[in-house]
Write a protein that binds this ligand. Structure first.
Ligand code: MV4
Length: 491
């Protein structure tokens, strides 16, 4: 492998190319009209324009991506996340074109893309599953039969869904028929596959996922968990590693289960196995994501492993260079996603120009982003501006470091979720570790940010006043240099 094409954009394209370059590989970017001036395009050794700003005209055009590979002589494609990353047909076309797809086989992607196929694949491995059906429910009589066993509330899920798409809660028997009908017709129109199944509804669960790595020689390891319960409408907001509730024994058991899920589909590369953890610390396998995930940096921070580098080595056919026993957890890492959204106005995307964009710096801080000061945030894609990651010796220090990093992240021109992140990680429930997937719903309302936003306004006013006083006494003494007010008002 000599040259890698990255079929993605923004922060993840940049992040992948950095590892590729460190490995001595040449890099090719593909870009849309909207990304002509983006840092990832400039960073690449070569760049190929593949179409208009809409994803469907560019980043989702597998044919143009493969053509760009041919034109540049790239011998591998890294799909990043989103876009074509979990498209089994694309992976197949890539292989047929004689290009290496940096990821699992199309077959593994297909098995895990179908929640029912996934359940059946792992059946013989003794992995805990939420009580429910393992084949499509076709009619009401069947649903009533299952409901009698598992009770209410229950959850109807689309087999082709995932990531929260195509789920319906049924509170009582009288709703079962209408909800079934709706779920089936929704699944048909959304995924072209009307297969639905039923599970017991686990209320107030935690979302814990395990990072796995598998090579082409049958070696599978896990790189511990990420706690991802702090999410809003299935969009993760804060992720951390390790989880503050897992005992070493639980971690071991869930890690082994995750490796078994990977084995069950002959997985190759980096993947993530999602589990629910209920209030009695029972865990259940939910689904496997067959890609590198947005939140992979927290795992990199606590393990010291460069996951993209490992993905590339595995795709080249090299065996993993470490065993499970070699892997240890070092300290604690937290990621806060910074979106160009207004948390005080229903998280509406607030695209525009990044008038000010100053990143926090210092030990234990990592910022994965794809923007620079003065750039416009395009309306066509995900409104994530940056992933802010802190790493420290323990969880309390990682929280303190994140708070400091958020305070030192200066963005103007667009509204961001920075204050929301600060609210979340400093909330009593987060600090204590006692929270679940309902955190945002339970604790967040737009007013809770007033204190943070006001605080910023106060500091700005104070700074302006200090500046004014200093200018006024510029040719006299410098008594304002250690203004005690300034110190006491800092947070
Ligand atoms: C569940 C569940 C409760 N009970 N399944 C949402 C994402 C998808 N991976 C599966 N999801 C859920 N499945 C049963 N049987 C609750 C969720 C869920 C959830 C899971 C993880 C993170 C956030 C969530 C938010 C709402 C619901």
């Amino acid at each position: 492998m000599k040259k890698i094409l990255v079929a993605n954009r923004g922060e993840i394209a940049l992040r992948i190319m950095r590892s590729a370059r460190e490995m001595g590989l040449a890099t090719v970017a593909v870009y849309s009209d909207a990304d002509r001036l983006a840092p990832f395009v400039r960073f690449a050794d070569e760049a190929v324009h593949i179409g208009g700003p809409a994803s469907s005209d560019s980043y989702l055009r597998g044919d143009r991506v493969i053509e760009a590979c041919r034109a540049t002589g790239a011998d591998a494609i890294h799909p990043g996340y989103g876009f074509l990353s979990e498209n089994a047909n694309f992976a197949r076309q890539v292989a047929e074109a004689g290009i290496i797809f940096i990821g699992p086989t199309p077959e593994a992607m297909e098995v895990m893309g179908s929640k029912l196929a996934a359940k059946n694949a792992v059946k013989s491995y003794g992995i805990p599953l939420v009580p429910g059906t393992d084949s499509a429910i076709e009619n009401l009589a069947e649903a009533i039969e299952v409901a009698k066993e598992i009770g209410f509330p229950l959850l109807i899920k689309a087999s082709a869904g995932g990531g929260g798409k195509g789920m319906r809660i049924v509170e009582e028997a009288s709703e079962l028929e209408s909800q079934m009908k709706r779920a089936i017709s929704e699944a048909e129109s959304a995924f072209g596959d009307g297969a639905v199944f039923v599970e017991r509804y686990v209320s107030g669960p935690r979302h814990i996922e395990i990072q796995v790595l598998a090579d082409q020689h049958g070696n599978v390891v896990h790189l511990f968990e990420r706690e991802c319960s702090i999410q809003r409408r299935h969009q993760k907001v804060v992720e951390e590693a390790p989880s503050s509730v897992l005992t070493p024994e639980m971690r071991d058991a869930m890690g082994k289960s995750a490796c078994d899920v990977a084995r069950a589909c002959n997985y190759v590369g980096a993947g993530t196995v999602e589990f629910l953890l209920d209030d009695r610390m029972n865990y259940y396998f939910l689904e496997m994501n067959t890609r590198l995930q947005v939140e992979h940096p927290v795992t990199e921070m606590i393990t010291g492993v460069d996951l993209v580098r490992e993905q590339i080595k595995v795709a080249e056919g090299l065996p993993l260079s470490f065993t499970q026993e070699d892997l240890k957890i070092h300290g604690h890492a937290i990621e806060v996603r910074v979106y160009a959204e207004d948390p005080q106005n229903g998280f509406l995307p607030d695209i525009g120009n990044l008038k000010t964009y100053k990143r926090p710096e210092g030990p234990g801080i990592r910022v994965d982003d794809g923007f620079e000061e003065g750039m416009d945030i395009p309306i066509y894609y995900d409104p994530m501006i940056a992933k802010l990651v802190t790493h420290a010796g323990d969880r309390d220090q990682a929280i303190a470091r994140m708070t400091r990093a958020i305070n030192d992240f200066h963005i103007s021109g667009v509204k961001t979720t920075l204050a929301f992140g600060k609210f979340a990680i400093n909330h009593e429930a987060f600090k204590s570790g006692n929270f679940d997937t309902h955190f945002v719903k339970n604790f967040f309302s737009p007013e809770v940010l007033d204190v943070f936003v006001d605080e910023e306004a106060r500091i700005a006013a104070l700074a302006a006043n200090l500046f004014y006083e200093k200018a006024k006494s510029a040719n006299t003494a410098s008594e304002n240099q250690h203004n005690p007010e300034w110190r006491s008002r800092r947070n």
